[in-house]
Design a protein around this ligand. Structure first.
Ligand SMILES: [Zn+2]
Length: 306
């Protein structure tokens, strides 16, 4: 089986992006694998520190081992999302993750360089891929939050990559974490993205890239939720990032959560006597599978297994 660096370089060369989908339970993981099998797309399955502690490392690693066996021909890469310390990154390497992200983006530049390099030097000894981050995304995601965005500086990105030797770089070009991304129209600073990719040659990563589909928001609100004002990134913008720019990995967490919760809310509102979670979960798996197929299509990642 080819490793994650093969696919991210292939994505860079051929104008597509791998979906990196967050999960914190078996139902979501199954849907991610099923959808990616259907579109023949290599896939990154991501856990945040929060998801890791929610699942427990033994449960997590058993689940991953099982899906890797169940989906023998599907490249599935387990990725640590937003590792904030050397210790958590080291733990992920030891557990057998395929790839880790060290997120030092909230630190001053020199400290971010120093801490990232320490993680890279360690992980590379084990042949593990390291994503780093420069610039700050606004919004909230698990343990990660920021009030204001700071766009990635292209010159600083060049210096950062050469000093740290990281394998891919998460950039801040206008996306943000969570379900409430924009008041007005969603916008990506393609001018900054273009300058960054002129300065660095490694694959780039887009965080905070959920589309927040309005049909899910409507369903959630209709059946007791209150998510007015939730808004995400236009799918066409994501397609453009994958096809025409060096974005090779697009993170999606919020959209899967919205799909899941919309399905559960609707099911139990319409079937008030039902108390068997399996009925609702089976529908949710189907809906999330469809969502993954759509996403892989948007990311131009269909039929990419080699
Ligand atoms: Zn993120």
């Amino acid at each position: 089986m080819k490793k994650i660096d093969f696919y991210l370089k292939d994505a860079l060369k051929n104008g597509y992006a791998l979906g990196a989908y967050n999960f914190s339970n078996l139902e979501t993981l199954k849907a991610i694998c099923e959808g990616s099998k259907n579109t023949k797309s290599p896939v990154i399955v991501a856990v945040s520190e929060g998801a890791l502690s929610y699942l427990g490392e033994n449960y997590l690693m058993s689940m991953i081992e099982t899906v890797k066996n169940e989906y023998k021909n599907l490249p599935i890469f387990l990725h640590l999302d937003h590792g904030k310390s050397f210790e958590i990154c080291k733990k992920a390497v030891k557990l057998g993750f395929d790839s880790i992200m060290f997120d030092g983006s909230s630190l001053p530049f020199e400290q971010n360089v120093k801490n990232t390099k320490k993680v890279v030097d360690y992980a590379h000894k084990y042949g593990i891929f390291v994503e780093a981050e420069l610039g700050v995304l606004a919004g909230i995601e698990d343990t990660v939050s920021a009030d204001k965005a700071i766009f990635t500086n292209p010159q600083a990105a060049k210096e950062f990559v050469s000093k740290t030797n990281c394998d891919s770089l998460a950039v801040a070009v206008g996306t943000s974490h969570g379900a409430y991304k924009f008041k007005g129209k969603s916008e990506i600073r393609f001018d900054i993205l273009e300058k960054i990719q002129k300065e660095v040659s490694i694959p780039l990563v887009l965080h905070g890239a959920s589309s927040v589909p309005q049909n899910f928001i409507k369903t959630i609100n209709k059946f007791g939720g209150d998510m007015n004002g939730a808004k995400g990134i236009d799918s066409k913008i994501l397609s453009k990032c994958a096809k025409d720019y060096h974005i090779c990995k697009i993170n999606t967490d919020t959209d899967l959560r919205l799909c899941y919760i919309a399905t559960l809310r609707k099911h139990f509102a319409e079937n008030p006597k039902d108390f068997d979670i399996r009925n609702a979960n089976l529908i949710a798996i189907k809906e999330m599978t469809k969502l993954i197929e759509e996403k892989n299509h948007i990311f131009n990642c269909e039929n990419r297994i080699k």
